[in-house]
Design a protein around this ligand. Structure first.
Ligand code: FES
Ligand SMILES: [Fe+2]
Length: 360
């Protein structure tokens, strides 16, 4: 039904999708990457955002990393426009200076007999896998926040490609997009017609995962896809089935692909979609795509440009479609989706149950 410029859904349809996943905020009591390590040089500061909260990341000349609220306690100027001085950051306006805990340690024009003003909030912060992580949640729960474990990243048999980009949609669209293998139709020009078969679905508190296998119906195989997704059998060799396992373990998502008969995955993907804005309609996608190197030395370097091209082309299609989903949600003002795939229904439950309501 359309009323004026507003499209409305019947009450029963609205209730069917309640609570609204797209109005669910990501839970802050986890470790989230906010920037690649290489973006932050020694003696510099950069500003990032987590769900609308400005955060300044500081790397001192001694390579000490810290994260604070990105605002000066004096007149709210972003601290990242200031200067890193020794182990401190100094605001660019009047020079108030903060240490790694956010304490104000100096006001250049304050007489010695006066006490220093309050400082700003600090965030637990650490570097791993080429990424800077912060913990934006309740510090009382920090101990129970499990830091992501990504052992393949250090495995010399793998080469890592980083994903680092903003996508204009709620993080839930990203989880659904990767997990819903029924959307291969979107990629038909790049991948031909691949039939995905759901083999198994498992779920527990805060996680859900599914196994898929593949069959090609029609279409030509692309060289990048051949390397990533398919296994070419050797003469006389018994070939089982390729297997893909996709898992959302809140708030992270992984995808592993094994060629038939192989113990090690050919592709091991770790992703997280970090809300940027307060409304959480923009996410910063950070990902590690770890590809197992072929046994022939140097072949990976030869294949790498094709892998980059192919994964970029796939990602561009996914970005286009999830941003259209967000636009449809914005127009409708509510979630009208009729989800019929039990895996995605289960995923939506995980994301709602683990998230927090966004302030309306
Ligand atoms: S605004 Fe930061 S020192 Fe005044
Ligand atoms: Fe896709």
């Amino acid at each position: 039904m359309t009323v004026g410029n507003t499209v409305q859904l019947s009450g029963s349809a609205q209730r069917a999708n309640s609570p609204d996943l797209r109005k669910t905020g990501i839970h802050p009591d986890y470790w989230y990457p906010v920037a690649p390590c290489k973006r932050l040089k020694k003696g510099k500061a950069i500003g990032v955002r987590f769900a609308g909260d400005p955060i300044v990341l500081v790397r001192t000349e001694n390579d000490t990393l810290f994260a604070l609220e990105d605002r000066c306690a004096h007149r709210q100027i972003p601290l990242h426009v200031g200067a890193v001085k020794g182990e401190h950051i100094q605001c660019g306006y009047h020079g108030w200076t903060y240490d790694a805990t956010g304490k104000c340690v100096s006001v250049p024009y304050l007489s010695k007999d006066k006490s220093l003003p309050n400082g700003v909030r600090s965030y637990p912060c650490r570097e791993a896998y080429g990424l800077i992580f912060v913990y934006p949640g309740d510090k009382a729960n920090l101990e129970s926040a499990i830091f992501p474990n990504i052992p393949t990243h250090a495995n010399p048999r793998y080469k890592t490609r980083y994903l680092d980009r903003q996508v204009h949609c709620h993080y839930s669209f990203m989880h659904e997009n990767l997990m819903d293998m029924n959307h291969q139709f979107l990629h038909r020009r790049l991948m031909g017609s691949i039939k995905t078969v759901l083999m198994d679905l498992r779920k527990g508190k805060g996680w859900i995962e599914a196994d898929f296998t593949f069959a090609r119906a029609t279409g030509k195989q692309h060289i990048g896809e051949k390397f990533i997704l398919r296994r070419r059998s050797q003469p006389g060799e018994e070939v089982g089935r390729d297997l893909m396992t996709i898992r959302t373990e809140y708030p992270y998502q992984t995808l592993k692909f094994w060629r038939a008969g192989s113990e090690e995955p050919s592709l091991d993907l770790w992703n997280v979609y970090v809300p940027v804005d307060r409304e959480q309609r923009i996410n910063h996608t950070f990902g590690l795509m770890m590809f197992r190197k072929p046994s022939i030395p140097g072949l990976m370097n030869l294949l790498w440009p094709f892998i980059i091209w192919f994964t970029e082309a796939i990602f561009a299609e996914d970005r286009w479609i999830v941003e259209l989903e967000q636009k449809a949600f914005d127009l409708q003002g509510a979630d009208w989706n009729q989800e019929i795939f039990p895996l995605i229904q289960g995923l939506r439950q995980v994301l709602v149950q683990q998230g927090i309501p966004l302030p309306s």
